[in-house]
Design a protein around this ligand. Structure first.
Ligand SMILES: [Zn+2]
Length: 460
């Protein structure tokens, strides 16, 4: 793709040291910001585009893209009426018996298009469907990774592919069954998958690679270090989403999952622990001190009834957190940020929980998630600064919710007050992918997805 806007003038922009006015951003051929000049006299400089408000784009640190096609299909009461994460998971397994590689391509491209339109420039794809229906490996062990990467090339999103190791059905070593068989790898087959993915992700600057253990429940403890040694990149794991899962780990390892990881692994800034919704106070403080990212997915966690993260304690202790769209039940950056703060308000019965004396709530949540997202995917973005990727959003100044506002109230109004998606344009690695709120390939991606989703819904 070509970098179309090499020089962007913005009336206002959120820089690392705060809001600035009359900024000229220059973007080089590699999609990096090559200079940021504040307080320019607009009449005396040349530029390709004039925006009103520019802020950094966000990283979506945790997604299972294929689950976008299930969104909204598991909201009915099941027999017995005791619906939970586990009843949602049953639908997911049924769904897995239908998906072809082509379906995975079109669902992934569609969900990535929605992510870009929502304000995400990079996604951490926690990719765990690897096998054919029934569980055999494809002839090409990385067949489905290739489909995910092909979708990323077409949508233009930057992707950190996180192939997932999933070995067993539980801590007792029980076998995987049904839909789960599509996830299965032994450590040796996983190492082959990583080898192939190393080759695939080296083909584009928009791709990077990390490793992921599905969970302590699904991976043998002795394979975690071996898994980490395969790639020099981020390490992700589902950690403490459900009470039942925590109990299973505790019974097997005599420690809660976060405790076990902190005691048995070198948990540091390379790690991202997904769904820290079931942590004790000690785990919360120790994780904050470790420098690892707590990866929260507030909308999915609310949808699945997971529980509420100890956000205030974590934040007060300088813990690093970021957000992900996880099940993709509703791909909306604003909804994730808002739900994160609102669940904290409901938990603590107070307002503006995540805020600082010099930053509003919207700004504090946004800044923290930028930092955590960049760290979790090890991408040099999230700051409008020389040497960082030009992953940028412009907001629509014509919208009633932004007219006349300045500085942090822009973010507050966008996140808490608006019913609309206020993203006007989005650039990922300097490429303009969303223009006037619409992805540049929307019609093509949408029509592929429409065919796929119509076929799948007729079979469910
Ligand atoms: Zn997940």
């Amino acid at each position: 793709m070509n970098i179309t806007n090499k020089k962007i003038f913005s009336n206002k922009a959120l820089l690392p040291d705060g809001w600035a006015n009359n900024i000229l951003l220059e973007i080089d051929r590699a999609g990096l910001i090559s200079s940021v000049t504040k307080n320019c006299d607009k009449s005396k400089i040349s530029f390709d585009l004039n925006e009103d408000i520019i802020i950094p784009a966000m990283n979506n640190l945790h997604s299972h893209s294929f689950q976008r096609a299930m969104a909204g299909l598991s909201e009915k009461q099941s027999p017995g009426g005791n619906d939970s994460f586990w009843t949602w998971r049953d639908l997911m397994y049924k769904f897995l018996d239908l998906l072809t590689p082509e379906d995975i391509y079109s669902i992934t491209a569609f969900s990535q298009m929605e992510m870009l339109e929502a304000g995400y420039s990079c996604v951490g794809e926690f990719h765990y469907i690897h096998n054919e229906i029934g569980g055999n490996h494809y002839n090409n062990i990385a067949e489905l990774s290739e489909k995910v990467l092909e979708a990323s090339s077409d949508s233009g999103i930057n992707i950190c592919l996180l192939p997932v190791l999933y070995e067993r059905g539980g801590c007792d070593g029980r076998e995987l069954i049904g839909g789960q068989l599509r996830f299965k790898n032994t450590f040796d087959s996983y190492a082959k998958l990583i080898e192939k993915n190393t080759e695939l992700t080296s083909k584009s600057d928009n791709f990077s690679l990390g490793v992921a253990a599905h969970s302590l429940r699904a991976v043998n403890d002795y394979n975690i270090e071996k898994m980490i040694s395969l790639v020099d990149g981020p390490i992700h794991i589902h950690v403490a989403e459900q009470v039942k899962e925590v109990e299973e780990i505790e019974e097997a390892y005599k420690l809660k999952p976060v405790e076990w990881l902190l005691e048995n692994q070198d948990i540091n800034k390379n790690w991202c622990l997904i769904h820290c919704t079931q942590m004790t106070e000690n785990e919360t403080l120790a994780l904050a001190a470790s420098g690892a990212v707590a990866g929260l997915c507030p909308v999915t966690e609310a949808n699945l009834g997971d529980g509420i993260f100890n956000g205030l304690e974590f934040f007060k202790n300088k813990g690093i957190f970021g957000i992900g769209t996880d099940s993709n039940i509703n791909i909306s950056l604003v909804e994730e940020l808002k739900t994160f703060e609102y669940t904290q308000r409901l938990k603590h019965k107070k307002r503006s929980v995540i805020s600082q004396s010099h930053k509003s709530t919207g700004r504090a949540v946004f800044d923290n998630c930028l930092k955590g997202g960049s760290q979790a995917l090890q991408r040099k973005n999230g700051k409008i600064e020389e040497g960082y990727y030009a992953d940028l959003i412009s907001l629509n100044p014509r919208n009633i919710d932004l007219i006349g506002l300045s500085q942090d109230t822009i973010l507050d109004s966008w996140i808490f007050a608006s019913n609309y998606n206020l993203i006007d344009n989005l650039w990922a690695t300097g490429n303009l992918l969303v223009k006037n709120g619409k992805h540049i390939k929307r019609d093509f991606i949408f029509s592929n997805y429409k065919q796929t989703i119509s076929k799948l819904r007729s079979k469910l």
